[in-house]
Design a protein around this ligand. Structure first.
Ligand code: CUA
Length: 319
């Protein structure tokens, strides 16, 4: 967060230069053609103006070659824009394996953040430089949007859905966080900061927490809400076992196969009858209204922990 006028925010993530190159290309192309068209319009208006001896326009045939040329050039240019933009969009959409999982819940009018070791913060997000971070965004009320200009990324937080976004900060510093979707009276004050630290400082900052981790909180809820009596190992298994399930595919009663991801687990908690697993009865009650978004995220973290990824320790991701 530096003072003084600057045309662009700092470039503080691996995406930032890439987005700026694309933006520069779009601006260059549109500026060039705007200029060209203005020059031609004005130039031809003068050249072919009405004057004595030339009162009426002359009819001319346009050459086929010219037609093809001015169709081909814009087509190629917009294709380049499309392919370039789509590639960047895909890169921004798919978090790398091993990215650090951080949960973010938006509500009127604050951002609530929880780190994997349980540390919570509000309107602030501490991360380590050089380490890929995956945010899972939920909203407790209306649509918000998590926007970090210095990272050139933005993602909506939508009630009833999960959205993910990821980034890899490149340099320590403090950067603006904005809510970029009008969400009510104090939308403009729904701001915060992203603190990027050296890895070693970040570990220090994370350490010494006595708060429950999301996994621990989820495990506790699993017992409190009595999920365990049906889903637990050693129960009579009227419900699908949850061990080693997350990240796999689940066979449904209607013949479909669905990936077991955050959205699927969330739906199964709130609307258990939406997708019935093959071989099971629709006996589970809905927990809609009984759990908060944060509790659902904790339950998901717990179910996720029952299916550990090959590399449990998030590693630095090189791009
Ligand atoms: Cu939240 Cu605007």
């Amino acid at each position: 967060m530096q003072s003084g006028f600057r045309l662009f925010p700092e470039q503080a993530s691996t995406f930032a230069p890439q987005v700026d190159y694309l933006y520069g290309f779009l601006i260059a192309v549109t500026t060039f053609f705007t200029g060209l068209i203005v020059v031609l319009v004005v130039g031809f208006a003068i050249k072919y103006r009405r004057r004595p001896g030339r009162e009426e326009a002359e009819h001319t045939e346009t050459g086929m070659g010219l037609e093809l040329l001015w169709t081909a050039i814009p087509s190629v240019l917009v294709l380049v824009m499309f392919v370039w933009g789509a590639a960047l969009f895909l890169a921004e959409s798919v978090p790398p394996k091993g990215a650090q999982d951080i949960y973010v819940v938006g509500r009127q009018w604050m951002w609530k953040v929880q780190h994997p070791n349980g540390r919570r913060e509000i309107n602030e997000l501490h991360v380590a430089a050089g380490r890929a971070v995956k945010l899972t965004l939920a909203s407790q009320d209306v649509v918000h949007s998590f926007y970090i200009p210095a990272f050139r990324i933005k993602q909506d937080a939508i009630p009833g859905q999960y959205r993910t976004m990821w980034f890899q900060p490149t340099q320590p510093g403090e950067y603006h966080l904005f809510c970029a979707e009008y969400c009510g009276t104090d939308h403009s004050r729904m701001i915060g900061r992203i603190v990027v630290m050296e890895d070693i400082d970040y570990q220090k900052w994370l350490g010494g927490v006595t708060e429950q981790t999301p996994v621990e909180e989820g495990r506790e809820l699993f017992v409190q809400l009595d999920c365990i009596s049906c889903h637990g190992t050693g129960s009579r298994q009227r419900c699908p076992p949850l061990g080693n399930l997350f990240g796999k595919q689940e066979q449904l009663e209607n013949g479909q196969t669905v990936p077991v991801d955050e959205a699927y687990v969330r739906e199964s908690i709130l609307e258990p009858k939406a997708k019935i697993v093959r071989g099971y009865e629709p006996v589970m009650p809905s927990f809609n209204g009984q759990v908060t978004e944060e509790q659902i995220l904790a339950l998901i973290a717990y179910i996720k922990s029952l299916a550990p990824e090959p590399s449990e320790q998030p590693e630095k991701v090189q791009r």
